[in-house]
Design a protein around this ligand. Structure first.
Ligand code: DC
Length: 225
């Protein structure tokens, strides 16, 4: 089989990873893998059963009881929990917070590792998350650490929520983002950090189009496309 390429994009919440990874994947003909959605699905499963994220024993017990699958429909990734498509439900803010909490539990990370690696085995992928370049795909051909200031990221998320008809105050969105950053960066297992060999891209001062251009430039340079 021909060699497949993998591109890892890591960074904090709201840095625009998914938008840019999706656009870059479409441009390059790669498959986009959203790993946050996989953690969100486990978070959603726990939330649905009323399990508190602090109750790691209950979360450990939950894992062998659930089936988490990802599949692509018309190029769009869908998440399935026990056979049901939960792609929309996992986007609720309460699931964001739960996903960030359960993703700090080592058994959850171990449970989802193979799912992520299998996706990259047979496809050219752009995979985004927190630990893709450091843990999931340490040999990725291109690694990008995508970030922006907390204020810029919160503003983007705030506008996104407004578009969805929600009226969460900006201060709350910012507070939630800072808390999530802290948790994602300070957990004991696979914390969010820039891989030694990742290219840093800060989009605080860039428009969406400029950011996508910058990402494509980095990828094309590295892959010599
Ligand atoms: O990218 P996102 O906001 O959809 O991710 C939701 C949560 O999942 C995030 O707060 C941290 C966790 N996550 C992770 O720990 N590792 C990944 N590779 C992706 C997401």
């Amino acid at each position: 089989m021909d060699r497949v390429f993998s591109i890892a994009i890591d960074g904090p919440a709201g840095a625009g990873k998914s938008t840019m990874a999706r656009r870059a994947a479409a441009e390059l003909g790669f498959v986009y893998v959203d790993t946050g959605a996989i953690y969100r699905t486990v978070g959603y499963a726990a939330l649905k059963r009323g399990i508190l994220p602090e109750d790691t024993e209950k979360i450990d017990e939950l894992l062998p009881q659930i089936r988490v699958k990802l599949a692509w429909k018309d190029g769009v990734q869908h998440m399935y929990l026990d056979g049901a498509d939960v792609s929309k439900k996992i986007r609720l803010p309460e699931v964001s917070s739960m996903a960030s909490k359960v993703s700090a539990i080592p058994s959850v990370r171990a449970f989802l590792l193979d799912t992520q690696r299998i996706a990259a085995k047979t496809n050219n992928v752009i995979m985004d998350g927190r630990d893709i370049g450091t843990v999931v795909l340490p040999d990725a051909d291109v690694k990008i650490y995508l970030t922006a200031s907390a204020e810029v990221r919160a503003k983007r998320r705030f506008l996104e929520l407004q578009e969805q008809g929600r009226s969460d105050p900006y201060e709350e969105v910012l507070k939630d983002m800072i808390e999530r950053d802290y948790r994602d960066m300070h957990r004991a297992v696979a914390p969010l950090k820039q891989a030694d060999d990742a290219v840093l891209l800060d989009t605080s001062e860039l428009s969406l189009d400029e950011s996508i251009e910058a990402i494509l430039r980095i990828i094309r340079e590295r892959l010599a496309l």
